[in-house]
Ligand binder design. Structure first.
Ligand SMILES: Nc1ncnc2c1ncn2[C@@H]1O[C@H](COP(=O)(O)OP(=O)(O)OP(=O)(O)O)[C@@H](O)[C@H]1O
Length: 309
């Protein structure tokens, strides 16, 4: 039995279709990432799975229970870290944790083993008000609070948004060790580089799933010719490449342009062609796709057909 089972879930807010026919499963001990930009529908799906919102269509079960019929059972057995900071700002670190333990009818001592590795990192600040913690520490405390009743499934909605790079890395290390305790984890993130840290990912945009797979499998299956190009004028190079017949897409990626071509090309031919425009070329190389390349490729809107009569 899957820890999370989602079958054809759809949800609209008035005219906005927030989720459209979403289906996937998450197994026990699996770290599953929901990867997508703001407004993709991630929080809506979390709220449905944590029994806080009703779907318009479809079914879902969490720990084997229906999210509508058995909401009370589910609430006891899952941990949820919502996107926005969910703790009581005017309670101390320790008071927040005790509070969450109490509402779930347990104590910090009873389940200390599960949160110990994380809690020791914030323990020196246990008397500090949660509102005065740094972003990284708030996030660790929120994770402890979501774990204190020993949940079987964890829902983490954008836990690393707005958190510094070191804390982000520490956070993902913590998730890895939780997964080893057989907890199923559904985590959402707008950061594409975090996708590779998940066992499987779903790429989601405008309420629709674009692809679901293990990130390394998604990368291996991406067969389009992809090149990274560095010139001293990214803007002019982009304009130039986008006009060429061989170009499928050309997008800025930091100091590089990622070029997907319709057919494989010789690296030196690409460079020479750009130089003909009097743009000095620093580097052209063939590269393996990242999850971000794949996301952007899949999320391309089909061209609006033009009438030719
Ligand atoms: N209560 C609401 N009423 C109306 N529209 C809503 C409501 N909640 C969300 N939406 C809209 O539904 C879509 C999906 O929103 P959702 O919050 O689920 O996305 P998200 O991927 O979690 O993004 P974000 O990180 O910005 O929260 C968006 O277009 C959003 O504006």
């Amino acid at each position: 039995m899957a820890a999370i089972y989602i079958d054809n879930i759809s949800k609209s807010y008035g005219d906005i279709r927030a989720l459209e026919n979403i289906s996937f499963e998450v197994a026990d001990g699996e770290l599953f990432g929901l990867i997508g930009p703001d407004g993709a529908g991630k929080s809506t799906l979390f709220r449905i799975l944590t029994t806080l919102l009703l779907a318009d269509e479809g079914n879902a079960t969490v720990v084997g229970h229906d999210v509508v019929k058995a909401y009370k059972e589910i609430r006891k057995r899952v941990g949820y870290m919502p996107g926005r900071f969910s703790l009581y700002q005017d309670l101390s670190v320790e008071e927040n944790l005790s509070f969450f333990a109490t509402i779930f009818g347990t104590t910090i001592e009873e389940n200390y083993d599960l949160v110990k590795d994380i809690y020791v990192q914030i323990e020196p600040f246990k008397d500090r008000l949660a509102g005065n913690l740094s972003g990284g520490m708030k996030q660790k405390l929120a994770l402890c609070c979501a774990l204190i009743h020993k949940p079987e499934v964890l829902f983490l909605d954008e836990p690393t948004t707005g958190v510094d790079a070191v804390s982000r890395k520490e956070f993902w290390d913590m998730l890895k060790s939780l997964k080893e305790k057989n907890i199923a984890i559904l985590v959402s993130t707008p950061y594409m580089d975090e996708a590779s840290l998940c066992d499987r990912i779903a790429l989601i945009q405008e309420g629709k799933i674009l692809s679901i797979d293990a990130p390394e499998k998604m990368i291996a299956d991406f067969k389009k010719p992809l090149y990274a190009i560095k010139t001293n004028d990214i803007y002019e190079t982009l304009l130039f490449l986008r006009k060429q017949d061989y170009t499928e897409s050309a997008l800025p990626f930091g100091e590089y342009i990622h070029l997907i071509t319709k057919e494989p090309m010789e690296i030196k031919n690409i460079g020479q062609h750009i130089k003909l425009e009097n743009i000095p070329v620093e580097e052209v190389k063939k590269i393996e796709a990242t999850v971000e390349d794949i996301f952007l490729d899949l999320s391309k809107k089909p061209e609006v057909p033009t009438k030719t009569d």
